[in-house]
Write a protein that binds this ligand. Structure first.
Ligand code: NAP
Length: 268
């Protein structure tokens, strides 16, 4: 019986990724899947071959497509990936039999306003607001229109639940179980002196929270916004609103409750 499922394969330029993608293509063809020549928005599945960086890039490059995705790790860490290259056969058999679950998560979104307009940017893992050229920044941070603190330091990182194990974790933020939908604000080198007072731990907020950030010195241009490692600069930022995006990331999972095994395996 023919298998009509359409698959997008995306991979990075590493030789091992290209070889893995070639093997994957052959296996999919043998199993009667259809492989999209160019990225197809109507596909049933995206298979991303690479590391976490490639996984993030694929979601950004294809504008957060509404298609289930699975990562095959040929990278360094591969925390977001579900399968290693030697598990491809096992994955495809399970996928064909429908023996998998999906884990839904949401990126964080920022509406970045200047004096003239607002622009939206998304982060799968996080959005960081930090001082350009290593300057200290001062930010008024409000949650649901209530001023939470006047932050001074290197910057702040707003993490999605999915991104809690990425940059957020490196700067002392908490690891979040993927069953929770939360926004986490984690400070980057907060200053705590008689001159300035900032929270030193992360703050965890519910999924409908709206975080508003205003540079304390209005219209200063020493702020850079970093979305999943990509820097963006805008002139005269007046305010940045950050919240959980409506877009979803639907990740294929082969084993239920594998998150904490992965944390132990990759972090401890
Ligand atoms: P990158 O080299 O692509 O990534 C840095 C490391 O973060 C890599 O080992 C990557 O895994 C890992 N990573 C990415 N997403 C992860 C996740 N959700 N959970 C656990 N580990 C994850 O760096 P980049 O291009 O500058 O930025 C991409 C991401 O890296 C950012 O979104 C940020 O979260 C993270 N980052 C971390 C630090 C830090 O920890 N000090 C600094 C900058 C950026 P692979 O090896 O599989 O790619």
């Amino acid at each position: 019986m023919g298998n009509k499922k359409l698959v997008n394969i995306v991979y990075n330029e590493l030789q091992f990724s290209q070889e893995t993608a070639k093997y994957l293509r052959k296996k999919l063809q043998d199993m009667n899947f259809t492989i999209a020549e160019d990225f197809d928005e109507n596909a049933d599945l995206i298979i991303c071959v690479g590391g976490d960086g490639s996984f993030l890039k694929a979601l950004h490059d294809y504008d957060f497509p509404n298609i289930p995705i699975i990562g095959i790790n040929t990278g360094h860490l591969g925390f977001l990936a579900e399968v290693d290259p030697d598990g491809i056969d096992y994955f495809l058999e399970r996928y064909q039999r429908g023996e998998y679950t999906t884990e839904i998560s949401h990126p964080v979104e920022a509406s970045i306003c200047t004096r003239n307009s607002c622009i939206k940017k998304m982060g799968v893992n996080e959005i960081v607001i930090k001082g350009d050229k290593s300057r200290t920044i001062h930010l008024d941070i409000s949650v649901d229109d209530q001023l939470l603190q006047r932050f001074s330091g290197d910057g702040i990182l707003i993490s999605s639940a999915l991104g809690s194990t990425a940059y957020n974790y490196s700067i002392g933020g908490s690891i979040v179980d993927p069953r929770l939908s939360v926004l986490q604000i984690t400070p980057l080198a907060p200053i705590n002196t008689n001159a300035y007072r900032s929270f030193t731990s992360s703050v965890i907020l519910p999924p409908d929270a709206r975080v508003k950030i205003s540079p304390e010195y209005r219209f200063e241009d020493n702020i850079v916004i970093v979305c999943d490692g990509v820097e963006h600069r805008y002139s005269k930022i007046t305010e940045v609103d950050i919240y959980i995006a409506e877009e979803t990331i639907e990740m294929i999972r082969l084993e239920k409750g594998n998150f904490w095994n992965k944390v132990i395996d990759k972090f401890l």
